[in-house]
Ligand binder design. Structure first.
Ligand SMILES: C[S@@+](CC[C@H](N)C(=O)[O-])C[C@H]1O[C@@H](n2cnc3c(N)ncnc32)[C@H](O)[C@@H]1O
Length: 204
């Protein structure tokens, strides 16, 4: 990850957060009010752990499942469970062995960028597709998803074809703390409308 020591980097250090990314989630939650006490939450791409630190402060007696292909965040908290896997290869049963359903899925997962905008956005889209597959299988009706994506030409089609019909509202949000030069935005998918399929219910 590129380390530019800007205002948010310094603020994160002062406030003992593992990364400046926390302020993006803080802005998202200030606007959409998604993280609430008692919720079961998945944090995809959770390392080094700043989103998870903030989520744990807000969910009180809830549960947080963090997933990352790289190292475990340095978080010692009995409400935090970590799955060390690549979400593109992971079986959803790895999550279901911890929680049969969840209320909120947050993803800040991003591929390593190469500078090739097309290929980076395609890789990012593959991750987002997987995030919404996971949501199809484990998110409760009424549940919400926040997922980072690099803007690219296939994004509109993905939103229109794959997720618009399954959520009452879809928004795109670029937090102020997200660097202007970054192509990242967050898809905010609110209030999952469809019920789970019979196959999904068997597992719950
Ligand atoms: C920008 S960082 C997330 C920062 C985190 N939200 C925080 O606040 O500390 C992106 C993370 O996504 C993870 N990641 C990227 N591709 C992944 C994949 N296919 N499966 C799981 N994790 C992945 C990376 O290992 C990295 O830790």
């Amino acid at each position: 990850m590129k380390k530019i020591k800007d205002y948010y980097y310094k603020k994160a250090k002062e406030e003992n957060y593992a990364a400046r990314s926390v302020y993006k989630l803080q802005e998202i939650d200030k606007k959409y009010h998604l993280i609430k006490p008692g919720l079961k939450v998945i944090d995809i791409g959770c390392s080094p752990g700043s989103w998870s630190q903030l989520i744990l402060k807000k969910i009180k007696n809830g549960l947080l499942i963090g997933i990352d292909i790289s190292q475990r965040p340095a978080i010692k908290d009995s409400r935090f469970r970590f799955i060390n896997e690549d979400i593109l290869k992971m079986d959803i049963d790895s999550i279901k062995s911890i929680a049969t359903t969840v209320d909120l899925i947050l993803s800040d997962a991003a591929p390593k960028t190469t500078g090739d905008k097309f290929s980076d956005s395609q890789k990012s889209l593959r991750i987002v597709e997987r995030v919404f597959d996971i949501a199809n299988g484990i998110l409760v009706p009424g549940g919400n998803v926040v997922a980072k994506v690099f803007q690219g030409e296939d994004l509109d089609q993905f939103i229109n074809d794959k997720i618009k019909t399954r959520y009452a509202k879809i928004a795109r949000y670029k937090p102020k703390s997200s660097r202007k030069e970054s192509r990242e935005i967050y898809i905010i998918a609110l209030n999952k409308t469809d019920t789970m399929s019979d196959e999904q219910k068997v597992h719950t």
